[in-house]
Design a protein around this ligand. Structure first.
Ligand code: AMP
Length: 179
C-alpha cells in the first residue's frame, strides 16, 4: 500500500458515488460523516469528479475516493458504510443492478486483506475496470499497484483511452454534518 498504517489499523480505500439528488453536496456530507467513524482517521481525499454511468442508464455520477486509517474490521467498516448509504436515502431495489443511487460507498481495498463471501469481496471485484474509481485514486495514489500488478495511474489512463468518460470538477467540499 502507499502508506504505512499505524499499529492496529489498515489503510482503507473507499469509493464514493452519487447520481440522484444533489450528488456533489451528498459527497461533501459523506466525507464529513466518514470522518466521524470510530477508530478511523482520514488520510487523503481526491477531488470531486463527474462521470458518465458505466453499464447503466441515468444521470451522470459524482465521484471521489478517500483513504483512511481504519481500526475497525472490514466487515464492521462495510456495515458503517451501508448505514451511511441508508441515512442518505439509498434504496436497494431487489434484483436491480447499477440502479441510480443517492449515495454509493464501496470498500475498494482494506490493506492487503482478501475476502470472498456473500457480503464482502476484497479487493473490490470491479475497481480495476472503472475509470470513476481509478482516475480519482490516481490523483492521490498514482503509484499504488493493483492486485493484478498494474499501477493505478496506468490503469486509469488505459480505461480513459478505452472511452470511459470522467472529468475533474473541483475540490471535494467538506460539508459539516452538524446543524
Ligand atoms: P452496490 O449495489 O454496488 O452498492 O453493491 C452492494 C452489495 O455488494 C452489498 O450487498 C454488499 O454486501 C456487496 N459487497 C461485496 N463486496 C463489497 C465491497 N468491497 N464494497 C461494497 N459492497 C460490497
Amino acid at each position: 500500500m502507499a502508506r504505512k498504517a499505524p499499529p492496529g489499523t489498515e489503510v482503507a480505500l473507499i469509493g464514493l458515488g452519487a447520481n440522484l439528488g444533489d450528488g456533489a453536496k451528498t459527497l461533501g456530507t459523506a466525507l464529513a460523516a466518514l470522518q466521524t467513524l470510530p477508530a478511523c482517521h482520514l488520510i487523503e481525499a481526491s477531488s470531486l469528479y463527474r462521470s458518465a454511468p458505466v453499464d447503466a442508464a441515468g444521470p451522470d455520477y459524482w465521484n471521489a475516493v478517500v483513504a483512511m486509517h481504519c481500526g475497525l474490521t472490514p466487515e464492521a467498516l462495510l456495515a458503517r458504510l451501508q448505514r451511511l448509504e441508508h441515512e442518505h436515502g439509498r434504496e436497494r431495489l431487489q434484483g436491480v443492478h447499477n440502479a441510480p443511487r443517492t449515495l454509493d460507498l464501496d470498500l475498494l481495498l482494506f490493506g492487503s486483506r482478501r475476502a470472498h463471501d456473500e457480503r464482502l469481496v476484497l479487493p473490490h471485484p470491479r475497481m480495476h475496470l472503472r475509470a470513476f474509481v481509478l482516475v480519482p485514486l490516481a490523483e492521490i495514489w498514482p503509484h499504488l499497484v493493483l492486485p493484478d500488478g498494474e499501477s493505478v495511474a496506468h490503469a486509469a489512463r488505459r480505461l480513459q483511452q478505452a472511452g470511459q468518460q470522467i472529468q475533474r470538477v473541483g475540490p471535494l467540499a467538506f460539508i459539516s454534518t452538524r446543524s
